[in-house]
Design a binder for this molecule. Structure first.
Ligand code: UGA
Length: 427
């Protein structure tokens, strides 16, 4: 089994590392964040992910996974280096290539000269990044290497499950020898596999995310419209999805998409388009629309309550969605900010994301439970799809809220269980 190194241990890197360790590979995981490495060595997952800690424990006890802050700890027998570092946006929305370039420089220093290792780009990068940034850095090392682009389609919160059972694998490479070795690495996976060139593999990831984000944006716009036109979005969709060209997944309207991927990747793709002389108007509109979608929840709240000053409003769910502690670009941040601007007293609750939320918005009061958040509240907005919230019924809201106004911003509550609640949702 080839030895592998993973550079960057966020959800993508960690899930990749543990997936490969489970398949029998010897994996070294490198991350510059020493606190993160410390946690990993104690078998604590630095991110909340279903099943991650158990798998981490298993990989560590079998000595298949070595987390380290020092890239020189990678074995001289390493055959694959996976680049899994983040690709954040610059202020103008374009992809900041510094982290991936820096990680590539570090890899270039430790490339074993006699292995012809393959550097695999898993980070989401705009088309052209591997050819224009990564390959020149590796070439400057003077050592032999292969290069591939192998994007990751996993969902945060379910990173491990999606890595172990991917729906497809995209492999971009320029040399047949690289393709052959990559195929061997993934031979146990039976899902469809696409082989293509480097730029196309980079684009497959971006176009997938752009489509999904646009789909969510479309659902939100149709729900906003349905509401104004006096029709039920759910009833409309029952007829729409009978068309087998229209897949119902990712058509759930709500307060908008968040996370480190959709908002960031859309911006990066728009900026890349602009750089190439085409500012994509549809994607620009999707971004703009999403930045305002949470206001629909505030509109419904105000329709029920009138003005908000002095009123206690609970936000259930602070992470950008359920099953994660990631608060990046969470709509809860926008909701809390705008509620505060309108004079409301905001109280938030999340099963796991409170600590990370507090770092970004220290002035929001955080409750330790749903019941505590709802106690005395005059309004509640459900912002993330946690199972715990899906199970709430009218009695949970009626017993402690001062005014039982509930806006379901993720369409997870059962309207039939809301008798007595002033229940609203978008669409
Ligand atoms: C997304 C993609 O789904 C993954 O395939 C991709 O690998 C990943 O980005 C990435 O680029 O790394 P993720 O950001 O984890 O995954 O979250 P999603 O489950 O896609 O949800 C994104 C946002 O859209 C959330 O805020 C969610 O609440 C919202 N959403 C999703 C809706 O509002 N409606 C829907 O119908 C679906």
């Amino acid at each position: 089994m080839p030895e592998v190194a993973i550079i960057g241990l966020g959800p993508v890197g960690l899930a990749t590392a543990l997936g490969l360790a489970q398949n029998g590979h010897q994996v070294t995981g490198v991350d510059v964040d020493k606190a993160r490495i410390g946690k990993l060595l104690r078998a604590e997952s630095p991110v909340y992910e279903v099943g991650m800690e158990e798998e981490l424990n298993r990989a560590l006890s079998r000595k298949r996974f070595l987390p380290t802050p020092d890239i020189t700890d990678t074995s001289p027998k390493t055959e694959f280096f996976f680049l899994c570092v983040g690709t954040p946006s610059r202020a103008d929305g374009s992809m900041d290539d510094y982290p991936i370039a820096k990680a590539t420089e570090e890899v270039a220093k430790v490339l074993p000269p006699d292995q012809r290792p393959i550097v695999v780009v898993k980070s989401t990068v705009v088309p052209g990044t591997t050819e224009l940034i990564i390959i020149p850095i590796l070439e400057a090392s003077g050592k032999p290497f292969g290069v591939a682009v192998n994007p990751e389609f996993l969902r945060e919160g379910h990173a491990l499950e999606d890595t172990l059972r991917p729906d497809r694998i995209a492999m971009g490479f320029a040399e047949e020898e690289t393709g052959r070795r990559l195929r061997t690495l993934y031979e146990s996976h039976t899902c469809p596999k696409v082989e293509t060139n480097l730029r196309t593999a980079e684009a497959i990831k971006h176009v997938s995310n752009a489509f999904l984000a646009t789909k969510v944006g479309f659902a939100n716009e149709m729900a906003n419209l349905c509401q104004r036109l006096g029709v039920s979005y759910d009833e409309v969709m029952k007829g729409v999805i009978l068309d087998d060209r229209i897949n119902p997944k990712f058509l759930v309207p709500g307060v908008g998409f968040g996370g480190s991927c959709f908002p960031n990747d859309l911006q990066a793709l728009v900026a890349a388009g602009r750089g190439a002389g085409y500012a994509p108007p549809l994607l620009e509109a999707v971004i703009r629309h999403n930045e305002r979608q949470h206001l629909e929840a505030l509109r419904l709240l105000e329709e029920e309550l009138g003005s908000l000053p002095g009123r206690r409003i609970a936000i259930l769910g602070l992470a950008f969605k359920g099953d994660t502690d990631d608060v990046r670009e969470s709509r809860a941040l926008l909701l809390a900010r705008d509620l505060q601007d309108r004079g409301a007293n905001v109280v938030g609750f999340d099963p796991v994301a409170s600590r990370k939320f507090r770092q970004l918005m220290p002035d929001v009061h955080l409750a330790g439970s749903v019941a505590e958040a709802l106690a005395g509240a005059e309004g509640c907005i459900v912002q993330a799809e946690w199972q715990e919230f899906q199970e709430l019924g009218a009695e949970d809201f009626l017993k402690s809220m001062r005014t039982p106004v509930v806006v379901d911003g993720r369409r997870i509550l059962d309207p039939e269980r809301m008798e007595g609640v002033r229940f609203r949702r978008i669409g």
